[in-house]
Structure formats: C-alpha cells, structure tokens
Design a protein around this ligand. Structure first.
Ligand SMILES: [Cu+2]
Length: 161
C-alpha cells in the first residue's frame, strides 16, 4: 500500500466513526426518526423546545400526536407562525400529519415539541430520555440531545437530504 492510500483509509475511518458517534436515529414501523434534540433552557424556565425529523417510508399517513420527556410535566406538538409581525405558537390540532414519502422537520421557528411544566433546567450536553407518540406507529422511546440555548439547529445534526 502506498502512503497516500493509507492516509485516505485513515481519514475515511475517522469520518465514519464520527458520524456513528453523533447520529442517533430511531425506527417505528415505516417511520424513521432522525436526531431528536432539545434546546437548553435558562434557569427557572418552565418550557422548552424539542426538534427532530420524521420520514415516512410507508404508503399510509401517520400523525405525531405527542410525547413525553423526563423532567417535563407534559409535551405538546406546536406550530409557530407569524400573525402580522407577531410570532405565535399553538398546538397542532389533531396532530402533525406525516404523509407517505415525506420528511417533516421540527425545528426552531416552525413545528416543535413543547416541553411544559419543566421540573428543572435542561442543560447543554445532556441526553434526555423521552418518547414520541404516533397515531399508528405508537410510542417510540427516544433520547433528546441537548444543544445550546440559541441553537438554530443541532450542531451535530446530519442533513442527509
Ligand atoms: Cu411551543
């Protein structure tokens, strides 16, 4: 093997192991759940936000209807929208529809999971246990990786589309 080949192999390995360490994905039937993450919260905050992607690889629509988070009293699926110049958020009535062959992204400024009645601070670097509840696929246990308070997207997120 030439020196160059050895170098290429080593860096390819490094990339592969880095993505294994950072990515965390889940499957629930025909749904693929990508990288659930949460924003850290300031001390004393009662609410927080959770984000993820859901890909529907099946032929039937499903709905994200709720979830749970360790340390949160309850979890709702919310939508942010602009009303004039005011940012409003409200629960998504009846759940967030995930159509067949679609990827729905929950992200800051859009759809999100709202963590309510927080019992303590959500701290950057933590992995928080929780779950997602789908109408058809049922309940899926996941872990939310906690990113910085101002994070717009997960630093270790992987946009593979
Ligand atoms: Cu909200």
């Amino acid at each position: 093997m030439s020196k160059l080949t050895v170098f290429v192999c080593a860096s390819a390995l490094a990339v592969a192991s880095a993505s294994i360490a950072l990515a965390h994905d889940y499957k629930a039937g025909m749904l693929k759940i990508g990288h659930p993450w949460a924003r850290a919260t300031p001390n004393g905050a009662q609410v927080g936000g959770g984000y993820l992607t859901v890909e529907n690889t099946g032929t039937e629509a499903d709905k994200l209807v709720g979830g749970t988070l360790t340390g949160a009293g309850r979890v709702e699926v919310h939508q942010m929208s602009m009303e004039g110049s005011v940012m409003k958020m409200a629960p998504v009535e009846g759940g967030l529809v995930i159509k067949p062959r679609e990827i729905v992204t929950l992200k800051p400024g859009g759809y999100h999971l709202m963590f309510l009645d927080l019992k303590g601070q959500i701290k950057k670097g933590e992995m928080l246990k929780g779950s997602l509840e789908f109408e058809k696929a049922g309940k899926v246990e996941v872990e939310f990786k906690v990113e910085a308070i101002a994070a717009k997207k997960s630093e270790s997120g992987h946009d593979h589309h």
